[in-house]
Ligand binder design. Structure first.
Ligand SMILES: [Zn+2]
Ligand SMILES: [Zn+2]
Length: 237
């Protein structure tokens, strides 16, 4: 998309010319990022989470859980083989994600990608598939935030991007719907072009109930995909 390229070029230029600046507190950035060390230390990392759905595990639960799976995943077996979220959806990550997604702040997106690279999930073994946007929403926003997150991840990890998953139907905003309505809203929302490669990992900005991922994974399974994973920036607990 042209807008993504223009913002990307401006961001690169700003990065080259201006000193790094913490996007959270405006102090000088450090360690090659638009983030200071104090804000980096205070980030809400999601380090103790279910390996299957990335839901944070409470300390008390962790002692009971077998194999780092939450109770729901032991009962229900989600479609993905594994999932990882670098962060909990909490301050300041929530604000950075909103700036990135709705206010064309691609510097926030670049910072979030850099931080995701500090928590690379152990399951990565194949291409990354950014969660697609419907073309109308893509036109309105000018870029797909999942793709903008995925490009630096793919570069940093030397792994390919795949783009066979497509959004065929525009769906209502998921944030206003309960879990059942989300599943209904997403019926037939995805299609797959070509044969999915082995070891595919879907990349997205936020995972809430997992309904969007489930619908995408179902379409990929129908197209013949084997076990797949999900990697997101933030998980809504
Ligand atoms: Zn700071
Ligand atoms: Zn789980």
């Amino acid at each position: 998309m042209i807008i993504s390229k223009v913002y990307g070029a401006l961001g690169w230029l700003r990065w080259q010319i201006l000193p790094l600046r913490c996007l959270v507190c405006e102090c000088p950035g450090e360690d090659g990022m638009d983030l200071c060390r104090a804000c980096h230390r205070a980030l809400p990392w999601n380090d103790h989470a279910c390996r299957r759905c990335a839901l944070p595990l409470a300390a008390a639960d962790r002692a009971d859980e077998t194999d780092d799976h939450c109770g729901r995943c032991i009962d229900e077996h989600p479609r993905q083989a594994a999932a990882s979220a670098a962060f909990l959806y909490a301050a300041p990550i929530d604000r950075l994600l909103i700036r990135f997604k709705f206010h064309q702040d691609l510097a926030a997106g670049r910072l979030l990608s850099q931080l995701m690279l500090q928590r690379v999930p152990p399951f990565l073994a194949g291409p990354l598939q950014p969660m697609p946007l419907h073309r109308r929403r893509l036109r309105l926003r000018g870029y797909n935030q999942a793709l903008e997150l995925s490009k630096p991840l793919a570069r940093g990890l030397c792994c390919p991007l795949w783009n066979g998953l497509q959004r065929t139907r525009e769906t209502a905003a998921q944030s206003n719907l309960d879990a059942d309505a989300r599943r209904c809203n997403l019926r037939d929302a995805f299609a797959v072009r070509g044969h999915p490669p082995a070891g595919l990992t879907i990349v997205d900005d936020v995972m809430t109930t997992g309904a969007t991922n489930d619908a995408a994974l179902r379409a990929l399974q129908y197209a013949g995909a084997g076990p797949m994973q999900v990697w997101v920036c933030a998980r809504v607990p």
